[in-house]
Design a protein around this ligand. Sequence first.
Ligand SMILES: [Zn+2]
Ligand SMILES: [Zn+2]
Length: 126
Amino acid sequence: MAEQLFEGGCLCGAVRYSAVGPPQHQTMCHCANCRRASGAQSVAWVSVSRGKVEFTQGEPSRYAYTREDGRNIERTFCGGCGTQLTYAADGPDDGIDITTGSLDDPDAYPPKVESWREEKLSWVKP
Ligand SMILES: [Zn+2]
Ligand SMILES: [Zn+2]
């Protein structure tokens, strides 16, 4: 498959990134961590290899923490307007997730699977 370039950024425009695909995964995450971080019921993600994302304008703020299962997580977001941008967990998988909603063309990368369905809110359909 040919390499795709996709770009995105935050609400205020201070932080921009570009990534080279094709995506490894396109997911809709229902986990409680994503819910808190975004303030939304679920979050759509596009995943690529970690080395394939670069911030092309501005510097994101970073939030590092340890998840309940012991994995170390780093989320990036715009420190000015708060848009969630990326999520990466340490471990064997070298992926980094990009919020589909921050892409310039989010319609091009629909979620293909749901993750953390056990934490999905009861009123989220289907
Ligand atoms: Zn911003
Ligand atoms: Zn999640």
